[in-house]
Design a binder for this molecule. Structure first.
Ligand code: PLP
Length: 244
């Protein structure tokens, strides 16, 4: 039986001033999890997930030390990006329609949510056109949830093989959103897939990043090999979709 790891009430309400405390707590927890489960020289990146969050608050987080932002929605990102402090890198982490790639191709340094060859090909086409290389992660639907994006685990090898042929796309790792509260085996499964792909050493594919873990489960994710945790609520407070 799944037990919810994160109850919304566990997190501070959405107040600008709380962001610094939250950030400190997250850093502390990440360091603790690292000390407990990982080797000393492992590097674990903390991404700030920005959906519904005002640019001023995002810039405040950047001032505190955040260097990586995660964007879910193309439209929202485009309306906010000019206000962002440019010192942080931006990754697309949300479901991405092929017809929207053109809006972000020169705005993000990585697309974490690649889950089909069609999408990978469109990214490649626009990367060629814009004379750039786009780093990507392949997103796996590790919980086999109908509602979630991501390639099925048993379709991953084919997607890797096909995407690796594309001239201007570089596979840098894997991303997943394990079902909330559904426990360690999902994280462990992701980790073993990651290690298996790494071992296969496919040309043009480097398994550097395992992006998993959110506000409610990032310590668990770190235990199971994650080196990029994507944090929204625990950093910025509860999301207000009315304002978003
Ligand atoms: C919203 C979101 C997050 C952050 O979720 P929180 O639980 O608020 O930390 C992380 N990854 C993705 C893909 C998201 O859409």
């Amino acid at each position: 039986m799944c037990q919810s790891a994160a109850k919304p009430n566990d997190y501070p309400q959405s107040e600008f001033g709380a962001v610094l405390d939250n950030y400190k707590r997250i850093c502390y927890n990440v360091e603790n999890a690292k000390a407990k489960y990982r080797s000393n020289d492992d590097k674990i990146d903390i991404m700030a997930v920005t959906k519904t969050v005002a640019p001023e608050k995002i810039n405040f987080a950047i001032d505190q030390g955040i260097t990586l932002l995660g964007e879910n929605r193309v439209q929202e990102f485009l309306s906010k990006k000019d206000s962002y402090n440019k010192s942080a890198q931006v990754h697309m982490i949300g479901r991405l329609q092929t017809n929207k790639v053109k809006y972000i191709i020169n705005e993000v340094s990585m697309i974490q949510s690649v889950d089909s060859l069609k999408l990978a090909k469109e990214i490649n086409r626009l990367a060629v056109k814009n004379d750039r290389i786009m780093d990507v992660l392949l997103e796996i639907n590790i919980g086999d949830e109908v509602s979630k994006s991501g390639v099925a685990a048993d379709g991953l090898d084919e997607l890797i093989y096909e995407t690796a042929q594309l001239s201007n796309v570089r596979i840098k790792g894997l991303m997943a959103i394990p079902p909330v509260g559904c426990g360690e085996d999902m994280f462990e499964r992701m980790h073993s897939i990651f290690l298996r792909v790494k071992e296969n050493a496919v040309p043009n594919v480097s398994m550097e990043i395992l992006s998993m873990g959110m506000s409610g489960d990032y310590e668990l994710a770190i235990k199971h090999g994650s080196n990029l945790v994507r944090i929204g609520t625990a950093l910025f407070g509860a999301r207000n979709y009315m304002e978003g």
